[in-house]
Ligand binder design. Structure first.
Ligand code: 3SL
Length: 232
C-alpha cells in the first residue's frame, strides 16, 4: 500500500526524499485555490515563478501576469491572487505567469518529485482520485506562511488523508495530526479558521468572500499537473 505524509512547510522539505513521490502542493489561502479556479475558467497553462521580475518577463511572451505580495496585488501586473478576479472570462484560452508569497514557492521547491499536482478544497476529490490511480507515495507540501506552519493548508492535508484512508497508509505523525485537526474542524471550517493568522491578515483586506470560497469542497474537477516548467 502506498503512503501519505505531510510536510508542514517548504522549509522542512530538506527532510524528505521527493524522488519517485507524488507531491500535492497546497496554499489554500489563496494561491492554489486561485490556480484551480483559473484552470476551471479556461486558462491553458500556468507558469508559477518565485520572483516578481521573472513573472513580469512573461508579459512579452503573451502571458497574463499575476502577482501577490503580503496579500495585495503587486503593482503593474494584470491580476492579483483573488479567485474572483479569474472569473470574468479574461483568462479563457490564456497562459498565466504567477508569483505569490508562499504558494508558487511551494510548487517550485517540489520539483524533484516524480509528479506535482496542485490541490485545494475546490478540487479535493479530483486530487484524491488521481492519487489513487497513480499509486505513488504521496507528500502533501503545505505552503505555510513565510516558512511557518499554518492551519488552512494542514486542514486540507487532513481532508486529503481522510479521503485516501482506504488506500494509503499513514506512516508519520504529521498525517495523523492533520487528519485529527480536520476531523475536529470540518463541521465549521470558516469558524475554526477565524482565529488563524492568515485569516486575520486577510481580514484587514476585507476579502471574506475569498476565504469562504476557498474553503468550499469539490467545486471543480480540474487537476493542474506540473509538466517540465509549467502547470497544465
Ligand atoms: O502566500 C501566498 O502564496 C498567497 O496565497 C497569500 S494571499 O492569500 O494572497 O495573501
Amino acid at each position: 500500500m502506498p503512503s501519505i505524509d505531510v510536510c508542514f512547510s517548504p522549509e522542512l522539505l530538506h527532510l524528505y526524499d521527493l524522488e519517485g513521490k507524488a507531491v500535492v502542493a497546497v496554499d489554500i489561502l489563496r494561491a492554489t485555490s486561485t490556480m484551480v479556479t483559473a484552470f476551471a475558467e479556461g486558462a491553458v497553462q500556468i507558469f508559477p515563478v518565485m520572483e516578481l521580475e521573472e513573472c513580469r518577463g512573461f508579459a512579452g511572451q503573451g502571458c497574463l501576469t499575476a502577482a501577490e505580495r503580503n496579500g495585495i496585488k503587486a503593482e503593474g501586473f494584470d491580476l492579483g491572487n483573488s479567485p474572483f478576479a479569474y472569473m470574468d472570462g479574461s483568462v479563457q484560452g490564456r497562459d498565466i505567469a504567477i508569483t505569490t508569497t508562499n504558494g508558487t514557492r511551494a510548487i517550485r521547491l517540489s520539483e524533484a518529485a516524480e509528479e506535482i499536482v496542485v490541490g485545494a478544497f475546490l478540487n479535493l476529490q479530483a486530487v484524491a482520485d488521481h492519487l489513487v490511480e497513480l499509486g505513488l507515495d504521496v507528500l502533501v507540501v503545505c505552503a505555510g506562511w513565510k516558512g511557518q506552519f499554518n492551519l488552512e493548508d494542514t486542514l486540507f492535508a487532513g481532508a486529503l488523508v481522510e479521503r485516501l484512508q482506504e488506500s494509503f497508509s499513514k506512516e508519520n505523525d504529521s498525517a495523523l495530526a492533520a487528519l485529527s485537526l480536520y476531523q475536529t474542524a470540518k463541521a465549521d471550517l470558516p469558524g475554526f479558521l477565524r482565529q488563524s493568522s492568515h485569516v486575520r491578515r486577510l481580514e484587514h483586506l476585507e476579502i471574506h468572500k475569498d476565504i469562504e470560497f476557498c474553503l468550499r469542497h469539490d467545486v471543480y474537477s480540474v487537476l493542474p499537473v506540473w509538466r517540465h516548467d509549467r502547470l497544465v
